[in-house]
Design a protein around this ligand. Sequence first.
Ligand code: FE2
Length: 250
Amino acid sequence: MIDIHTHVLPDLDDGAKGEREAERLLQSDFAQGVRELVFTPHYYGKKRSLESFLRQREEALEKIRRLVPAGMKTRLGAEVWLTGVNDPSNETLCALAIEGTKCVLVELPFEERWNKGLLLKLFSFIADTGYQPIIAHIERYREIVKNPTLVNSLVKMGCLIQLNTGAFLGRSTQKLAFTLLKHGLVHCLGTDAHDETERPPDYKQAKELVKSKGYFKEWTRVQTRMRQILKNQRVENTCTPIKKVLWWYK
Ligand SMILES: [Fe+2]
């Protein structure tokens, strides 16, 4: 399995603290069946220059390279914060794409309304560069929870959708997670693992639950899509749009 969203590189963001915690997170993911993992530390444009971020990311990787379990492949990436105001340039976004791909993981505002500038930024990034944004943890945004049909529009625009494995397990996110999975609107899965206690890797638990509910075929399809992304191939993108439903909040 592939974990496309992690905060395992040590001491770069609010993720792993120190090499030992990073090592234990890697071992936990590996024990759960993850064989390819992408390091996606947070990138907040205004706080750190691109050059210093890339240098620090490389140094963090050097510290733990020897601790990666044998049999696990890793790649560098980032989780880029976009708001629609003073966002990183398209060149910067391309430089932060997942190693060897034309896809970059982006995080959008959680509580605030998504402004026109943000949607234009996503659109122009796709149109001008040919790269694709992967929208991180789609289940966590107020805009999406309020109106899940927005996912149809994001996919139509050319975005890829990432769901946290924990979304299948949480009471408030489960319904949305399974709805998106059933409709073919999930392209990537990630644990978004930060630490061993509050936000640990939970890939195996999620897989077992999905399997027990009869959606293993859909789960496998997402794994195939992630393999395509990492091979820099066009992602199989058939989906059935979600219909607007009135019962969503009940
Ligand atoms: Fe994250």
